[in-house]
Design a protein around this ligand. Sequence first.
Ligand SMILES: NC(=O)c1ccc[n+]([C@@H]2O[C@H](COP(=O)([O-])OP(=O)(O)OC[C@H]3O[C@@H](n4cnc5c(N)ncnc54)[C@H](OP(=O)(O)O)[C@@H]3O)[C@@H](O)[C@H]2O)c1
Length: 353
Amino acid sequence: MTHENFMHRCFDLARLGAGHVSPNPMVGSVLVHEGRIIGEGWHKEYGKAHAEVNCIAAVREEDRHLIEKSTLYVSLEPCCFHGKTPPCTNLILRSNIKEVVISCLDETPAVRGKGVEILRKAGIEVIEGVLADAPFKPSDFRNTYITKQRPFIQLKFAQSADGYMGVPGKQVWFSNHFSQLLAHKGRAEFDAILVGTNTALTDNPSLSNRFWPGKSPLRIVLDRERQVLNDAHLLRSDQPTWVVCEKQLGSDFTTDSLRFLELGFDEHLLEKLLAELFHHRITSLVVEGGATTIRHFMEKGFWDEAAMINNSLRLGSGIPAPTPTGDELASFALEGDTLTVIRNQQPKPLNFV
Ligand SMILES: NC(=O)c1ccc[n+]([C@@H]2O[C@H](COP(=O)([O-])OP(=O)(O)OC[C@H]3O[C@@H](n4cnc5c(N)ncnc54)[C@H](OP(=O)(O)O)[C@@H]3O)[C@@H](O)[C@H]2O)c1
């Protein structure tokens, strides 16, 4: 077993906290003695115990004497300050652990590198950067939120074999069972999901998570002139929803979960919206189309990752799919479809607030 194998396990554990820990990061941890995992833990709930604490607490009584001879793997640098919980670096020192392996530094200003420094000064060997370039890293949301002052943004869409995203005014189904499950898994993990006006009008999506355990995200629809009807799926349930519009236009249709966010639809619309999301501590956003909306995000550089599903269907004509360029992080089969993940090489921070 390699450092990478154990870090993958940390990533899997970290994701069990998806939907429960934001705006904190998802973090997973394993304690390994001579190739055997003797403890596992993850950050389960915002404000509650961190992954390292749960990992060490999970070690069985008969293995506790092995703790100080074990290597601690953590998907994110251990914290070193008193927040809602005590510093994890104290726990590591108290436990006499001699080796710590991490994937990424924690970009939170009170931590960034200081956690590692404290451990090294105490004589602990710290190995950094394991799986630091992996796709879908659990720390991506938090670190992007802190460094870019906006949510981590994923552009997600499906395209036909001949490069179209759809047909104007007509709903086209691209998803198979696996891509649908993956989309709903994303809805459980991301804080928010956004679509443009035409997608809301053409597809009447509900943007809820129905096929994966966990919560549904905050829904956001760009609807300058309030064209989306009050009985549209997007506006119907209790799921929190923001309608971004220029004027509420005298609509008396509101529910507890529905918010009309009035913003000027000028060239800074996305900056204003992302600032509002940052202010509401939304650390992750998936933009699920359509093509025009995705292009607006691409033109501004406001995207971190694109998840594109390539379908074998041929449409002949229609709405051309966007072509995000960057590093290909992963490509894998989803039944007959292919999912390709691209990372933006130059994601832009939000510098307009
Ligand atoms: N294959 C897939 O994965 C997928 C996913 C989603 C949708 N679709 C398909 O895509 C089609 C819709 O795509 P589309 O490109 O026509 O439309 P769209 O992106 O859904 O909506 C475009 C409209 O949203 C508003 N908008 C979006 N971004 C804006 C910005 N930054 N600033 C101001 N306004 C903004 C504008 O409305 P105003 O012009 O009114 O201001 C714009 O015309 C549908 O047929 C749908 O079925 C496919």
